[in-house]
Design a protein. Structure first.
Length: 329
């Protein structure tokens, strides 16, 4: 089935047929473990009764970033295929290997989100990237890719996109996350592949790995439904949350990590989402007896977009991620 095909008949994916106005969950065989146990890619298709675009929802490309799994569960439980225009392809766990092992990576220590477009004959990561590309990405007009911070860090809810792409910026504003960060394409990433495929992709980041963050999840669910409504795929199914009315999306055209000037125990003075000023003291580094070894200062005005959660730091470790605010939507 070609991208942009707008027929209302059955939808075929990996030899599985989904009739218009129906949903179906199934698995696409991916690899066998050394024990010969099959590892599969879980897929949930919601095929609408009316023509429309194809939206991909994916999570756990980094296997321990699990907020998106719960986000997708809440979304797919509410979507009514008889009210849907187009098709939703949801992949709640892309990196099944990493998810099983509570790891960002695959067993060969490769990063799946640096392995696109993939290859039939490459490494394990390359083969999985190829499978996900051919079965899911190549079919999609739009994708929302859910992430969290990496190990030892936590992110304030944010959308990352290319602010020079007008369509992406517009959808990012519709999503209504507290922050929109300008982010360039990264070689081998899903977003780079999407751009090459003329597929509009938003990366949502919020929370930390290996645990659910209710605020980040609920914001992601409501943001996704706003995008669905903007694309005229599905009517609004949740009332406007009173907290959403307080959100004024801040747009950051530049970001920078403030790093530890020396090793020690870091105590932060600021929390996620708080404003900071140039040269302000972001926190202090102490020795294990509590004696001060020095202050950590900001080098720009902005907002705390990410923060290290492990107070034990080495010289050069990333401590606080600051976004320079450009404008508010």
């Amino acid at each position: 089935m070609k991208k942009n095909q707008l027929q209302q008949g059955p939808y075929l994916l990996a030899e599985t047929m989904v009739n218009a106005g129906h949903t179906k969950s199934f698995e696409i065989p991916a690899f066998r473990l050394p024990t010969q146990t099959m590892i599969s890619l879980p897929i949930h298709v919601i095929h609408g009764v009316r023509p429309g675009p194809t939206l991909g929802l994916c999570a756990a490309i980094h296997g321990n970033e699990i907020n998106g799994i719960e986000t997708i569960r809440r979304i797919t439980q509410v979507i009514d295929p008889k009210k849907l225009s187009g098709t939703i392809i949801a992949t709640p766990v892309v990196n099944v290997f990493g998810f099983i092992n509570d790891s960002r990576y695959l067993p060969d220590r490769r990063d799946l989100n640096r392995s696109f477009p993939g290859s039939k004959r490459g490494s394990m990561a390359s083969r999985l990237a190829f499978l996900f590309r051919t079965e899911v990405v190549d079919r999609c007009n739009y994708i929302i890719d859910y992430h969290t911070a990496s190990v030892g860090k936590k992110n304030y809810p944010q959308i990352r996109c290319d602010l020079f792409d007008g369509d992406s910026k517009e959808l990012a504003k519709v999503f209504n996350a507290p922050l929109i960060l300008h982010s360039k394409k990264i070689a081998g990433s899903l977003r780079e592949l999407a751009v090459e495929n003329e597929c509009n992709l938003l990366v949502y980041e919020g929370g930390e790995p290996s645990r659910f963050d209710e605020k980040a999840i609920s914001l992601a669910v409501r943001g996704t439904f706003r995008v669905l409504s903007k694309l005229k795929m599905h009517p609004a199914v949740t009332e406007s949350h009173k907290e959403d009315l307080k959100i004024k999306t801040l747009i950051c055209n530049e970001t920078s990590w403030i790093r530890a000037p020396r090793s020690g125990i870091f105590r932060a003075n600021y929390k996620l989402g708080e404003r900071v000023k140039d040269k302000c003291v972001l926190g202090t580094i102490n020795d294990i007896f509590g004696n001060s070894l020095g202050n950590v200062r900001s080098h720009m005005n902005g907002i705390v977009a990410g923060i290290a959660t492990n107070p034990s730091v080495h010289q050069g470790d990333a401590l606080i991620h600051i976004g320079r605010i450009k404008e508010a939507s």
